[in-house]
Design a binder for this molecule. Structure first.
Ligand code: ING
Length: 310
């Protein structure tokens, strides 16, 4: 029996340093309106969806840095998005820079349910890049400088008639991310990303950025029987280019929808969660095919850090 989960991924084009939160939220609300017109009941927005990707800049003044962070959620500037979503009865994933009351800084995403309540929160664990200043580089990647490593793990929330997991950007490159969600019974995993198309560390052929991005989404979706929604913020932000390629991937591993532009764009699939059930039952059935003792055999060897091929 079909279990419909109508999901949209709302890709954002560039957000420039001069763009205000209010102007960005107007774009998010327009993407929400279009998602609603397509029949979506859940929308995925990108990582750091309220500001430009500021970790590309070296900053020393904490007040200047904190201007990119949100001290609460919703804020006055984001309230219109929460209000419109609740009016439509649509839930959403939103990535933003979180400044906690205790003064901690995280690269965060939230899961907002269809009544406008915050059902879940995730704080990015895999922070890529560097913390030192690289003045010779064309741009910086200072997530390790501006954010603390997430302290809440990878979780799955029972909400909106499903079991939904969250992660952010670089997390999608690590197999544990989706396996930990899969082991918790996730049916849907969603993420936002800001992926520079240029590698500042070595002469990586540009086509590999998109190849790896899609390879990872397809493999992790299939290996964990997940519907996967990934939303890019992309295009050239003040001249610094980031890849698009927002996509919705099926538990079969096939790309069910993919963005065609590097601008604000909605893609939509009426996902059938029953498709994931099939793969959880017949292929990736942990109870039948991956007994704890088998797992222990595998993990104990790897866990010790011993090279498996001695
Ligand atoms: N961005 C990039 C990402 O993981 C990156 C950084 C790209 C790391 C390619 C390694 C290889 O997609 C963020 N924000 O994590």
């Amino acid at each position: 029996m079909k279990r419909p989960f109508p999901m949209a991924v709302a890709q954002l084009g560039p957000i420039h340093l001069s763009d205000t939160r209010e102007a960005v939220v107007r774009r998010l609300v327009e993407l929400l309106r279009e998602s609603h017109s397509r029949g979506a009941k859940f929308v995925v927005f990108p990582e750091l969806a309220l500001t430009t990707f500021f970790p590309r800049y070296w900053m020393e003044d904490q007040e200047e840095i904190d201007r990119f962070f949100e001290p609460s959620m919703p804020t006055a500037a984001t309230q219109p998005l929460f209000d419109q979503a609740r009016q439509y009865g649509i839930g959403f994933y939103l990535g933003y820079a979180e400044l906690t009351p205790a003064g901690e800084h995280f690269n965060t995403s939230i899961l907002v349910d269809r009544r406008g309540g915050i059902a879940g929160r995730y704080r990015k664990i895999h922070l890529p890049g560097h913390s030192d200043h690289k003045p010779q580089a064309p741009f910086q990647h200072l997530e390790k400088r501006y954010f603390k490593v997430g302290n809440e793990g990878f979780n799955v929330w029972r909400t909106m008639d499903s079991l939904i997991g969250m992660c952010i950007c670089n997390d999608r490159r690590w197999p544990e991310t989706f396996r930990v969600m899969g082991l918790q019974g996730a049916e849907v995993a969603v993420l936002g990303y800001n992926t520079p198309s240029h590698n500042i560390h070595w002469a990586e052929p540009p086509h590999l950025r998109m190849f790896h991005h899609l390879l990872l989404l397809q493999a992790h979706a299939h290996q964990n029987a997940l519907w996967l929604g990934a939303a890019a913020k992309c295009g050239a932000e003040d001249g610094f280019h980031m890849i698009g390629g927002s996509a919705i991937v099926s538990p079969t591993g096939e790309i069910a929808a993919q963005a065609c532009t590097e601008d604000d764009e909605v893609i939509f699939v009426n996902c059938d969660l029953a498709l994931g059930d099939t793969f959880r039952q017949h292929v990736f059935n942990f109870a039948m095919h991956r007994r704890p003792e088998h797992y222990r055999l595998i993990v104990d060897r790897v866990g010790a850090g011993e090279p498996l091929t001695k």
